[in-house]
Design a protein around this ligand. Structure first.
Ligand SMILES: Cc1cc2nc3c(=O)[nH]c(=O)nc-3n(C[C@H](O)[C@H](O)[C@H](O)COP(=O)(O)OP(=O)(O)OC[C@H]3O[C@@H](n4cnc5c(N)ncnc54)[C@H](O)[C@@H]3O)c2cc1C
Length: 400
């Protein structure tokens, strides 16, 4: 087998986590290579995904910034160039901040950052196995148009999103039964939307929506409705799952599918253009993302649902009569797969208690316990834990 090279750090998978890991590693002075199965970078945040770091929990409910780093750096750079929107935290969703970027410019920027930081790229290369010396992983075997090659590294980081390499190396992982896994989605984006009409409909049909109001506010239903009447900023729309009466009318007419609700995010584009990004309008469950037959079925089923969704959107959604498809994500986004078992498993109690650890390597204020489901409800969960007092919790490293 051909030897590709020797590196200090080998990162497998060029999504958000792999890109950040590779840049951080190179900045620390390590000779770093990033291996990606596609010809492009960005993973679910670009190739198959949403317009940036929505709900990226940059700020907790006390409005303290808790997450930053390389992804924030990309947001700031795009902001300066007019390819992102400033962070927003709607008053009724404190603790959930939106940092939206134009995904195509983000995709360009991360390539630029690889060059700037001297990260070597190995694209079109699927990592298929590992090389081990005893218990230690010393290399990754890739399949690519040149054949089979081995890339050696002192440290191998699995950023495949699904633990492919950790599993090949024999690392312990758990996976919930596929009947309980969250559904998978193919996302798409539309332009040609009359946003004034959308906002007017929301303001005038407050009972048609159930915005996700942060529990820290303790608002009554009446306060929520009053707030909906005041919606004038298109950036707030991402919070509005709903259009319930339209969905029900379409369902009765056989013009909506029963696998998701209706709602969309917004996507910033050049010259102030805002597009609608649908990342729930297809949902296929009962799929094990480590089973290729299941994955193939997901891709087929999602596209059937999208055909229905596109007709529904133009016919029923206010402001979408002249909307048109601008970006079809290339593959399904996987919401849940293998969970590599680390030295510590974070619990719901840790979230609820906003627990801190001395060996912290990450922070979050996202809730625990809500779940996507392939029904018209889209998201469900009865025992949802929020960090107490609007704070945040730590993720510990636990290395001896
Ligand atoms: C429908 C949906 C909506 C979401 N909405 C949001 C949201 O609003 N806000 C938010 O913050 N998060 C959201 N998420 C979650 C977010 O998209 C992911 O957590 C994040 O993108 C995961 O990044 P990652 O780098 O870990 O994995 P990925 O982005 O999946 O990247 C993995 C990379 O590894 C590559 N790869 C895989 N296997 C191999 C291999 N064997 N060899 C080489 N390369 C390989 C892949 O091609 C890919 O580029 C959403 C997820 C889904 C599914």
């Amino acid at each position: 087998m051909e030897k590709y090279g020797d590196f200090d750090v080998v990162v497998v998978g060029g999504g958000t986590s792999g890109v950040a890991a590779a840049i951080a590693s190179a900045r620390a002075g390590a000779k770093t290579i990033l291996i990606e199965r596609l010809g492009t970078l960005g993973g679910q945040m670009n190739v198959s995904g949403p317009p940036g770091f929505a709900y990226a929990y940059m700020f907790n409910a006390r409005k303290e910034q808790i997450v930053g780093g390389i992804m924030e750096e990309t947001h700031n750079r795009l902001l300066k160039e007019g390819h992102a929107l400033p962070h927003t935290t709607p008053d009724f969703r404190i603790g959930y901040s939106f940092s939206l970027v134009d995904p195509d410019y983000w995709g360009l920027l991360i390539f630029e950052m690889m060059t700037e930081n001297n990260v070597e790229l190995l694209l079109y290369s699927v990592a298929v196995d590992v090389v081990k010396e005893g218990n230690k992983v010393t290399g990754v075997i890739v399949e690519n148009p040149s054949g089979r090659q081995v890339v050696f590294g002192k440290v191998i980081i699995d950023c495949t999103g699904e633990g492919h390499i950790a599993a090949r190396a024999g690392a312990p992982y758990e996976q919930v039964p596929k009947e309980e896994l969250e559904p998978h989605t193919v996302s798409f984006t539309m332009d040609g939307v009359d946003w004034d009409e959308v906002l007017k409909y929301i303001r005038e049909n407050v009972y048609d929506f159930n915005p996700m109001v942060t529990p820290y506010l303790d608002w009554t239903d009446e306060q929520v409705r009053e707030r909906i009447k005041q919606v004038t900023d298109v950036r707030e729309i991402s919070n509005f799952m709903g259009f319930y009466s339209l969905r029900d009318k379409a369902l009765a007419a056989g013009e909506w599918h029963p696998y998701s609700g209706v709602g969309f995010f917004i996507m910033p584009r050049e010259n102030g253009v805002i597009q609608a990004h649908f990342q729930h309008s297809s949902q296929v469950d009962n799929c094990d993302p480590t089973d290729v037959r299941d994955l193939t079925r997901v891709e087929i089923e999602c596209r059937k649902q999208i055909q229905i969704a596109l007709k529904f959107i133009k016919k029923y959604l206010p402001g979408f009569k002249n909307a048109y498809l601008t970006r079809m994500c290339t593959e399904a986004r996987i919401r849940e797969s293998r969970r590599i078992m680390g030295d510590y498993v974070l619990t719901k109690e840790d979230v609820r208690e906003a627990r801190k650890f001395p060996d912290v390597i990450g922070k979050s204020c996202f809730s625990s316990g809500a779940k996507h489901v392939a029904t018209t409800e889209t998201i469900t969960g009865t025992d949802v834990a929020f960090p107490k007092d609007g704070g945040s919790y730590d993720i510990p490293y636990r290395k001896e």
